[in-house]
Design a protein around this ligand. Structure first.
Ligand code: SF4
Ligand code: FES
Length: 250
């Protein structure tokens, strides 16, 4: 298949970017990232600068393969990361527009690569438990009710990719932060620090410059792991209950 790619090129966060147009030949069995590899091999052969993009696992696990494809974070397929998207979902002759995540809290590093360390700082603020849970056997001896275990596992599926931020008109990180709050909240080990955690993580999220949630649900629609906005409701409830009922964490 012959494709026209319009790819965002930007040297760094200090310079202006623009779209460059490239022609590439791919086949329908390639993944989207393999098609990008072909583009870069062509560019290198022509002694031109290859397009910078992030990837690691190529298995939908690590959350690094972040691109907006034809206006949609992670492209046109529901519940699918860029690395799991295949070229058979495009047609011969298609023009594909490829951009980075666009959010003030995700500054562009180069081309399609953005700095998502703001997410790391939200996790560092409280996305952990400090109790010693012992070895696996001890951990398993604490009973967890099935519905709670399932809710925790569903929230823990978040891979921290940032598509929720890229999809949101307010560049809100509520879906990501709430998934990280919820997966610990639902477990007995996570209950101990739940109030402190939710305040610290929401405060850090605000400090990083992410916008507020206005219930468009674009985040849930574009999330490759189909994380539910129910987690946002849980986080809001727990945050207000923690702020009203306890010490304020600064
Ligand atoms: S909630 Fe979904 S879109 Fe947001 S970071 Fe997690 S996996 Fe990515
Ligand atoms: S490269 Fe790891 S999720 Fe896509």
């Amino acid at each position: 298949m012959k494709l026209t790619l319009k790819v965002w090129r930007q040297k760094n966060n200090k310079t202006k970017g623009k779209f460059e147009t490239y022609q590439v030949e791919a086949n329908e069995h390639m993944s989207f990232l393999e098609m990008m590899d072909v583009l870069n091999e062509d560019l290198i052969a022509k002694k031109q600068e290859p397009v910078s993009f992030e990837h690691d696992c190529r298995e939908g696990i690590c959350g690094t393969c972040n691109m907006v494809i034809n206006g949609r974070p992670h492209g046109p397929l529901q519940g699918t990361t860029v690395c799991q998207l295949h070229m058979r979902f495009f047609k011969d002759g298609d023009t594909i527009v490829i951009e980075p995540w666009r959010a003030a809290a995700f500054p562009i590093v180069k081309d399609l690569v953005v700095d998502r360390s703001s997410f790391d700082r939200i996790i560092q603020a409280g996305g952990y438990i400090s109790v010693n849970t012992g070895q696996a056997q001890d951990g398993n001896s604490i009973p967890v009710e099935k519905d709670e275990a399932s809710a925790s596992m569903d929230a823990a599926a978040c891979i921290g990719c940032g598509a929720c931020v890229a999809a949101c008109p307010n560049a809100s990180a509520m879906l990501f932060t709430s998934a990280k709050v919820a997966h610990l909240f639902h477990l007995p080990q996570g209950k101990v620090e739940a109030k402190k955690r939710v305040q610290a993580m929401v405060n850090q999220m605000d400090e990083e410059g992410f916008g507020m949630c206005s219930n468009t649900y674009a985040c849930e629609a574009e999330c490759p792991k189909e994380i539910s906005v129910d987690n946002i409701a849980l986080m809001n409830r727990e945050y207000f209950s923690a702020v009203i009922g306890s010490e304020k964490i600064v």
